[in-house]
Design a protein around this ligand. Structure first.
Ligand code: AMP
Length: 194
């Protein structure tokens, strides 16, 4: 299986690139943010809980997020692979993901991390807030909190994958197609080596 962690701060382009990658490589796209938003829309209990954290730009607790991600992944019996988008966001999530995949006799192939500077992130998120209507993209304080949470709780996961020789940083500023090509080059290099 080809299992990719698509990583990066909020607004780095994970969702945009994931959509293109799943099409090219026939992978299953698992975005925890999308799953939470679907639950909010469907007015489920999980949605109500998630919303209380998302509205403030905080992370939904690990035990909730990890359980949800696993039951979502369980729906796919024999996929070519997964793209994890927005997960893991903590070290505990990274460890849980490794354990889950090892139970399925597979593992993470690589972490592709989109690197984008903070000013550019804020610009993109405010723009997306206007277009998508996402509440957490419209409030500068919530945006700042999400970026701070990324630096404090999420970015350390890079070292976790780096220690496994699976980390790959990608310049996430530029044309969508150019960034996509950089990602594909790394994936193809990995696929050629296994
Ligand atoms: P995203 O769509 O990836 O930007 O996620 C939107 C929001 O959903 C985040 O700001 C968090 O509140 C929540 N969220 C998404 N993924 C996770 C995760 N892996 N762990 C905890 N909270 C998450």
């Amino acid at each position: 299986m080809l299992n990719i962690v698509l990583f990066g701060p909020p607004g780095s382009g994970k969702g945009t690139q994931a959509a293109k990658l799943v099409e090219k490589y026939s992978l299953i796209h698992l975005s925890t943010g999308d799953i939470f938003r679907a639950n909010i829309k469907g007015e489920t209990e999980l949605g109500t809980l998630a919303k209380s954290y998302m509205d403030k730009g905080q992370l939904v607790p690990d035990e909730v997020t990890i359980g949800m991600l696993q039951s979502e992944a369980d729906k796919y019996e024999a996929p070519k692979g997964f793209i994890f988008d927005g997960f893991p966001r903590t070290m505990d999530q990274a460890v849980a993901l490794d354990q889950y995949l090892s139970g399925r006799a597979t593992s993470i192939s690589m972490m592709l991390s989109l690197e984008v500077d903070e000013e550019e992130l804020k610009k993109r998120l405010l723009l997306r807030g206007k277009d998508s209507g996402r509440a957490d993209d419209q409030n500068p304080e919530v945006i700042q909190n999400r970026i701070d949470v990324y630096h404090r709780d999420t970015a350390p996961a890079k070292a976790y994958y780096s220690a496994q020789n699976k980390y790959c940083g990608i310049n996430g500023v530029g044309a969508i197609e150019d960034i996509f090509n950089l990602l594909c080059t790394e994936i193809d290099r990995f696929a050629a080596a296994v």
